[in-house]
Design a protein around this ligand. Structure first.
Ligand code: FMN
Length: 432
């Protein structure tokens, strides 16, 4: 085996990943409203474990059942006590029978909690989502958290992290990217607070650093704790890459085990390689990567590696083995995160590492003649482009449910039929 993708990677805590391919977080949307792990989850992770990735990062597990990212999330709420551990253990056991490591992503949706789940989301400040109510995926305006509630949220993250450790997970990833609660605290666009949780970068990062430090006190140094960070928000007045570099320095001092670099949020979904607000924020590094239509944040991952020795997972857009290998060979990243391709082909990591597979570009939703034009990603109408983006993500979510329930994805299904199927799921899971 000559590809660098097959090399093992040791994290600062001592955890060894058997290779350089990481399955990035993909929300499974498989749980019932109680947020419990089901047999479908176990089957899904068994398949992904067989697929050969060095580490599997779970979809976001929510730390507060009142504010999930979507119906169907796994939930670890302190109100449920320790009883959630048995089901979680079945999941970690299924993965750890093989060489892959299992990392739980922990998250709080903040203002990105959709109206189907809660009527009044919470956020650092009462800054509503740009597309607010009335859209196909609507979000009510949030209210600002009190300081006591912020303390409560920190406790919830720490609780979920300690449950992950005692349920056999190898580590956790704190979701501080993609516009969810911690990312809302980091961004000066959504965090207008004037107390110790807002203002300077140090204050805006306080919630993340507190969660990390308090969790570390409980888990000890041999449990992996990583962070998913946005390279930037790519919105005017949002988190900048300069902020992120400074934050990385602090995380380095605290001995974070890995950083996964992504970018964007629901308003500006750069994590999927699309620009929701064309021309609002321009950055040469991002443009260069997007033009290549691969490795959206590779330039940022590389710059982070230059200022710290924290292992960096670059994710978002990787599709060719060559781009993945070059990133490792030229030390631009320590590992490569893959999400959407593994919703269709769970065995891609094995085949990339054995060099039987060179390219994943073919993995994409089928585009009909009509949807490719007026109703497609490049439609002249912004709301159509937004609907198309949503349908695209829904298509992948549908593939995950097929993988879990049928053992294989259904990539020939069209965008519209999968959108309708997933809408049906959301309706039946709507909070009463
Ligand atoms: C259906 C779906 C669900 C996702 N769920 C999560 C999630 O729970 N947490 C997260 O950090 N990212 C999530 N992502 C984003 C991916 O982790 C990844 O950042 C993004 O898809 C870009 O990587 P890719 O080009 O390899 O797909 C999700 C993506 C998809 C398509």
């Amino acid at each position: 085996m000559t590809t660098p993708l097959g090399q093992a990677l040791t994290l600062p805590c001592g955890l060894v990943l058997p290779n350089r391919i990481v399955k990035s977080a993909v929300s499974e949307y498989l749980a019932e409203s109680d947020g419990k792990v089901l047999t479908d989850h176990v089957a899904l992770y068994q398949r992904w474990a067989e697929g050969g990735a060095g580490a599997l990062i779970t979809g976001n597990v929510m730390v507060d059942r009142r504010y999930p990212e979507a119906p169907g999330n796994i939930i670890i709420d302190p109100a449920d006590g320790l009883k959630v551990r048995d089901d979680l253990k079945r999941l970690s056991d299924a993965v750890r029978q093989g060489p892959a490591r299992i990392i739980m992503q922990v998250n709080h949706a903040g203002r990105q909690c959709p109206s189907v789940c809660c009527e009044r989301p919470v956020a650092p400040s009462a800054v509503p989502m740009k597309f607010g109510r009335g859209g196909f995926l609507s979000f009510a305006p949030p209210r600002a958290l009190t300081e006591d509630e912020i303390e409560d949220i920190i406790g919830r993250f720490v609780h979920a992290i300690s449950i992950a450790q005692t349920s056999g997970f190898d580590g956790v990833q704190i979701q501080a990217a993609h516009g969810f609660l911690i990312s809302q605290f980091l961004s000066p666009r959504t965090n207008l607070r004037t107390d110790k949780w807002g203002g300077t970068l140090e204050n805006r990062s306080r919630i993340l650093m507190e969660i990390f430090r308090r969790a570390r006190e409980i888990t000890g140094n041999e449990f992996a704790i990583g962070v998913k960070l946005n390279a930037a928000d790519f919105q005017r007045g949002g988190l900048t890459f300069e902020d992120v570099l400074e934050l990385v320095g602090w995380l380095h001092t605290e001995r974070v085990d890995f950083i996964e670099i992504s970018g964007g949020n629901y308003e500006q979904p750069q994590m999927f390689g699309v620009d929701g607000e064309s021309h609002v924020y321009s950055d040469g590094r991002l443009k260069a990567s997007i033009v290549a239509e691969e490795a959206y944040f590779a330039e940022y991952a590389s710059a982070i590696r230059d200022v710290s020795t924290i292992p960096v997972i670059a994710s978002g857009g990787f599709r060719s083995r060559e781009a993945m290998e070059m990133s490792i060979d030229f030390r631009r990243a320590d590992a490569i995160g893959l999400a959407r391709p593994l919703c269709i082909d769970p065995y891609a990591p094995k085949d990339l590492i054995s060099e039987q597979l060179a390219d994943l570009h073919h993995i994409a939703p089928p585009e009909s003649g009509l949807s490719a034009h007026v109703f497609g990603a490049k439609s002249p109408f912004p709301w159509v482009r937004a609907l198309h983006r949503y349908a695209n993500i829904t298509w992948y979510a549908y593939q995950v449910s097929k993988l879990a329930k049928m053992g294989r994805a259904a990539p020939n299904e069209g965008l519209i039929s999968t959108l309708l199927a997933q809408r049906g799921f959301f309706k039946t899971h709507k909070k009463s």
